[in-house]
Write a protein of this length. Structure first.
Length: 122
């Protein structure tokens, strides 16, 4: 009896989360990719949104850097605006996670991220 109950509960829990915030087909097809490059302690990232409605009106970037030695978060900051590109320094030999939230002209949002290793100075 337990074996049947667990999959049913998981199926109900999963079904409960499916489609949250997706009130239309356009919203569910709104996605954003993040392409990043790193070179000698700096990084450049491009948001690449697809779908959505109208134009893309804002880009909110979050950058988190983690020490490879301790795994701890060492730096975190946010940048918002209308630029689909982020140029920033990064701490060499750290793992960097860049997340962008893009909003379209009807208020729908899409989130994408990219993780990479910040190249050393030498």
């Amino acid at each position: 009896m337990r074996r049947i109950g667990i999959p049913v509960v998981l199926a109900l829990a999963t079904a409960g989360f499916t489609g949250i915030g997706d009130s239309s087909a356009a919203r569910s097809s709104f996605q954003v990719g993040v392409d990043c490059w790193t070179h000698i302690g700096s990084t450049l990232c491009d948001a690449v949104p697809t779908g959505g409605s109208g134009t893309y009106v804002s880009y909110s970037w979050t950058v988190d850097e983690f020490s490879l030695n301790t795994g701890l978060l060492t730096t975190s900051y946010q940048v918002s605006g209308t630029n689909p590109q982020l140029s920033s320094s990064c701490i060499p030999d750290h793992h960097v996670v860049v997340t962008v939230t893009v909003m379209d002209s009807k208020g729908a949002t899409a989130v994408g991220d990219s993780g990479f290793f910040c190249s050393p100075l030498s």
